[in-house]
Write a protein that binds this ligand. Structure first.
Ligand SMILES: Nc1nc2c(c(=O)[nH]1)N[C@H]1C(S)=C(S)[C@@H](COP(=O)(O)OP(=O)(O)OC[C@H]3O[C@@H](n4cnc5c(=O)[nH]c(N)nc54)[C@H](O)[C@@H]3O)O[C@H]1N2
Ligand SMILES: Nc1nc2c(c(=O)[nH]1)N[C@H]1C(S)=C(S)[C@@H](COP(=O)(O)OP(=O)(O)OC[C@H]3O[C@@H](n4cnc5c(=O)[nH]c(N)nc54)[C@H](O)[C@@H]3O)O[C@H]1N2
Ligand SMILES: [Mo]
Length: 707
């Protein structure tokens, strides 16, 4: 008789939703994956990607045993080895690199492929801290937006999504939640049923814009000007909330005089919008309350991204949107989770070293691998990330990964673009086979994941791999022996009231537990803001000290006609590459069903730009700038303004005609705040491909279809 049971598994991917999945296991094999109906946020459905999770879990690309390279770098030819040989090799190579160049010559490279608190940052951090490796600044996604928001509000808190039905106006501001945060949709729909208006502000007419009542389409990188223009109108027409401003903010008078520079005529010229659009939007925003601005990270991926987020997050204060259910703004709720991450990461282990190891910004991986550095990077350990596909300035990244003298370890679930460059390739389990603790950045439930099935093949979790390495290298601190359960208990050890009553035992029983917060939770309801002044900072003395403008300002992005006319003359299209509906960064982009849905890498252009280049819908173009070139199929769908181009990312290089994806075009320049990525500040030109290029594309498409 077959054994059939239902389990809960927490979706580990980098997405605000962190869903609870209801999983059926039969004879040790997962046979179905559905949304968990009992979860207050997941509400019984999953996104299109995780609905197909079986395809990922049992993919032919799954890595099942440790392997060592036998071919050329990047060729992807490997031979199986034992775990013992793999760990021995890594330990010996890291030790010899350390004795020749110092431990900083080893660089860990990881991000949020798995958002589990343990997998994301625990034994791995302890290992590299103890060893003295270079420290990685994890900037690729969230740091610019976070810093911008903190300058205004002081904490990573925002509107409780479960209170959204109370909103009368919801603004998706550079946030494509229909694709990137789909579990928000039922709450938004509930609000709309009760009469709420949905507005999208985005240079791309994305899936959220398609469903919106109003679509505002500024040029990329101009949102601070738009927000300041709205403030100009609001203050000039006396629509601001004087009482709220007086009690909750600092710097209103300075801001009000500064707004003179942002009259609708000037803002229209900067944003490409009409004056009426700006004025009407400002009036709508001041009139409809409660209102919620749904920000996410897309808006911040510009050289002025921190300032754009800082500026937009001043708007709710001006109209007094905070303090009621459904009001305010939402970037992230991660500030609500007071987990003891310091205990997991153990930065104190760094004190063993004479000086603090250097830091390397992850978006500058290409430079880190190629430039003359002292010491040079000689060892690289990649886990939870696929930098060959996701990091900017890809030709440099690939050139670096090809270095014969670079010893590269990749710990992965599937044979990614980065895995192909490994010297030692290690198999990782999926969340179905692993145990971990999950917070969320889009809801308020702490969740415990327990394995539903045994690890496939010889897959070992991140925690276990670094525990084995520490043991092999005779690291003496007892922290390297902590078990998974002990690590989870350490993370939960906090006196903070949000965690009151939440224990390991309770999580084991209930899987998900709401933080100890009222429902709905109204952030900042007590009028306290953990900024320097204790108020919402419309003027920020702290920013001035950092050399930033203390008042919100519009600063043209570095690749724009204002900042670099010469570059703009050569590359006149502002290229953005936000998230595709069927991929999650580069995850799922290997799955045949998801690739079929995205079809081929496309570039959306305006008719005017296509016409002036002799292009029609379906033509293949070469998109290029000084950093590189890649190929896209032209899509003319009325989705972008003249001078703007959009590609939905992220395709694997393996499936991209010509062997590079969109990140061969993007720049590794860091944002104005937090060293953040600037993927959407990117000028390009497109040209119809030559017959020779078309032949390459046709051949490569056959391979994509065959895979
Ligand atoms: N399906 C799917 N879901 C995802 C992801 C995915 O890859 N696919 N990625 C996950 C991750 S890691 C993250 S960080 C979140 C990101 O979630 P979002 O921030 O919602 O996602 P993005 O698609 O990066 O960007 C959102 C929008 O920003 C727009 N944008 C770009 N430049 C500007 C600008 O200057 N102004 C304005 N107003 N808008 C601009 C883009 O056109 C895009 O429509 O989503 C998560 N969820
Ligand atoms: N052009 C462009 N580039 C972008 C973006 C964009 O909008 N445009 N978005 C950026 C953003 S928001 C982000 S967050 C980054 C994301 O970049 P990454 O963090 O690299 O995200 P993924 O592409 O999802 O790759 C994560 C990898 O981790 C692996 N993994 C999952 N779980 C585990 C585990 O438990 N252990 C180990 N060892 N591996 C595991 C997965 O199989 C997957 O291959 O990309 C950025 N790149
Ligand atoms: Mo991200």
């Amino acid at each position: 008789m077959s054994l059939r049971e239902t389990r809960r598994v927490i979706c580990p991917h980098d997405c605000p939703d962190t869903c609870s999945m209801s999983v059926t296991v039969e004879d040790g094999r997962v046979v179905s994956v559905r949304g968990d109906e009992s979860h207050p946020f997941t509400r019984g459905f999953l996104c299109v990607k995780t609905n197909h999770y079986l395809e990922r879990l049992y993919s032919p690309l799954r890595l099942l045993v440790p392997q060592k390279r036998v071919g050329r770098k990047g060729e992807g030819r490997f031979a199986p080895i034992t775990w013992e040989e793999a760990i021995d090799t890594i330990a010996e190579r890291f030790q010899s690199i350390a004795s020749q160049y110092g431990p900083e010559a080893v660089l860990p490279y990881s991000y949020a492929g798995n958002m589990g608190k343990l997998a994301f940052g625990s034994m791995d951090r302890r290992f590299f801290h103890y060893f003295g490796a270079s420290r990685l600044l994890r900037t690729i996604c969230a740091t610019a937006a976070t810093e911008g928001y903190l300058h205004t509000m002081g904490d990573r808190l925002g509107t409780d999504p479960e209170s959204l039905p109370e909103s009368k106006l919801i603004i998706a501001w550079g946030s494509n939640f229909v694709s990137s945060n789909v579990h928000l949709v039922p709450f938004v729909n509930e609000a709309r049923k009760r009469g709420a208006v949905l507005v999208t502000v985005d240079p791309h007419k994305n899936r959220t814009a398609e469903q919106s009542d109003l679509f505002i389409q500024p040029l990329p990188g101009t949102d601070a000007a738009l927000a300041l223009g709205m403030m100009h109108v609001i203050v000039q027409e006396g629509l601001h909330d004087e009482q709220f401003i007086k009690e909750n903010t600092i710097g209103f008078d300075a801001l009000a005089s500064h707004l003179a520079a942002y009259d609708p005529a000037r803002v229209a010229a900067i944003t490409g919008l009409s004056q009426d659009q700006i004025i009407d939007f400002a009036r709508l925003y001041a009139r409809l309350k409660p209102s919620c601005i749904r920000l996410n990270y897309g808006l911040s991926r510009h050289t002025n991204g921190g300032m754009m987020v800082r500026t937009v997050s001043c708007l709710p204060a001006l109209v007094g949107a905070w303090g009621v259910p459904g009001g305010g703004a939402m970037l992230s709720l991660s500030g609500a989770y007071p987990l003891n991450l310091a205990a997991l990461e153990r930065a104190d282990l760094l004190k063993r070293h004479e000086r603090m190891p250097r830091v390397i910004n992850m978006i500058k991986l290409g430079e880190a691998l190629l430039d003359v550095n002292d010491p040079p990077v000689k060892g690289l350990f990649v886990y939870n990330s696929n930098p060959a596909a996701v990091a900017p300035d890809q030709s440099k990244v690939i050139e670096g990964l090809k270095r014969e003298d670079l010893f590269t370890v990749v710990h992965e679930q599937v044979s990614t673009d980065t895995a192909l460059f490994a010297d030692i390739l290690l198999p990782a389990p999926t969340v179905f086979e692993d145990c971990d603790l999950y917070s969320a950045y889009g809801h308020l439930y702490l969740q415990l994941n327990e394995p539903a099935v045994a690890p496939l093949g010889e897959a070992k979790a991140n925690v276990e791999v670094f525990r084995m390495l520490a043991r092999r290298m005779a690291f003496s601190d007892p922290c390297f022996e902590d078990s998974t359960e002990e690590l989870i208990r350490q993370a939960l050890a906090s006196d903070h009231e949000h965690l009151r009553g939440i224990t390991y035992e309770r999580l084991k029983q209930e899987t998900f537990v709401r933080l100890n917060l009222p429902r709905p939770f109204v952030p900042f309801a007590d009028g306290k803001y953990p900024t320097e002044s204790g108020k919402i900072e419309l003027y920020s003395a702290g920013m001035l000290k950092l050399g930033l403008s203390p008042l919100p300002v519009h600063i043209p992005v570095s690749e724009s006609p204002e900042a670099n006319p010469e570059l703009f003359r050569r590359y006149p299209l502002r290229f953005v590459s936000p998230a595709a509906h069927h991929f999650l960064n580069s995850s799922f982009a290997d799955m045949p069903s998801m690739k079929r849905k995205e079809r081929v890498p496309t570039i959306e252009l305006n008719e005017v730009d296509a016409h002036s280049r002799g292009l029609k819908d379906g033509d293949w173009v070469r998109a290029f700038n000084d950093r590189g070139k890649t190929f896209f199929r032209v899509k003319l769908a009325g989705t972008v303004a003249p001078g703007v181009a959009c590609h939905l990312s992220l395709w694997w290089r393996q499936y991209s005609p010509g062997g590079y994806n969109c990140n061969v075009l993007t720049s590794s320049e860091s944002a104005d705040m937090g060293g953040g990525g600037t993927f959407h500040t990117c000028l390009v030109e497109v040209e119809k491909v030559t017959p020779e290029e078309q032949a390459v594309i046709d051949e490569s498409l056959q391979e994509v279809c065959a895979n």
